[in-house]
Design a protein around this ligand. Structure first.
Ligand code: ZN
Length: 84
């Protein structure tokens, strides 16, 4: 029996993007470059998963690493939830 595909959810406007680091080779992943890294974090400071950010595995890994370094030197927040 043929499997029917689940209907595509249209709630979110996430599109399959190309990895922006692959597309733009001038763009480098650097932990000091928090403005670039901030694209890959939510407002709460969480790292955006690959399926949303659109980065490839290789670059997502680098981004994650860079974000973690940046957090340690207080360039990026761990969380901004604060006290309830
Ligand atoms: Zn890439």
């Amino acid at each position: 029996m043929a499997r029917q595909q689940q209907s595509v959810r249209k709630r979110t406007f996430i599109r399959r993007k190309i990895c922006r680091f692959c597309a733009d080779k001038n763009l480098k992943i650097d932990y000091k470059d928090y403005q670039t890294l901030r694209i890959f974090t939510t407002e709460r400071g969480k790292i955006i998963p690959r399926r949303i950010s659109g980065a490839c595995a290789k670059h997502q890994r680098k981004v994650t690493k860079a974000i973690k370094i940046a957090r340690n030197i207080a360039l990026l927040p761990f969380t901004t939830t604060g006290a309830r």
